[in-house]
Write a protein that binds this ligand. Structure first.
Ligand code: NI
Length: 135
């Protein structure tokens, strides 16, 4: 499966943007607030590599504890699924647990209407988006 982006948890998103700009990334979206996860996020690109910087707003965010425990850094790979429901079923048959229902993001990327998170002890957190939504 093709990787769509890598998600980074960050403590200070403006500083993280500046740091990644110095590494050759540029913002490909506006900074946006995702109410469902209570995070600020932005997508950046360097050649064909896309990253998503995610900053939890406070302790009510679902990723607050993960940031506190691990510090800033990558925390999920997002893959492009041919069909979301089929991919979810297939991952769950292979030891993954579905963490969220398919849910809309803050619509920062209009081409990515829905995302779903799954996790396994072997690989950690992954995110799936539907490929046909991107094309
Ligand atoms: Ni993501």
């Amino acid at each position: 499966m093709k990787i769509h982006h890598i998600g980074y948890l960050v403590k200070q998103i403006s500083e993280a943007i500046a740091t990644h700009e110095a590494l050759g990334y540029h913002c490909i979206t506006e900074l946006c607030f995702d109410e469902s996860r209570n995070v600020d996020l932005v997508f950046m690109e360097n050649d064909s590599y896309v990253i998503e910087l995610v900053m939890p707003k406070d302790e009510t965010s679902v990723v607050w504890n993960m940031l506190k425990k691990r510090g800033s850094g990558p925390y999920h790979f997002c893959y492009e699924a041919e069909d979301l429901e089929t991919a979810i079923r297939s991952f769950c048959e292979n030891g993954f647990v579905q963490v969220t229902e398919p849910s809309p993001t803050c619509q920062i990327l209009p081409s990515v209407p829905q995302v779903v998170f799954l996790t396994s002890r072997k690989t950690g957190l992954i995110e799936l988006i539907e490929k046909k939504a991107i094309e």
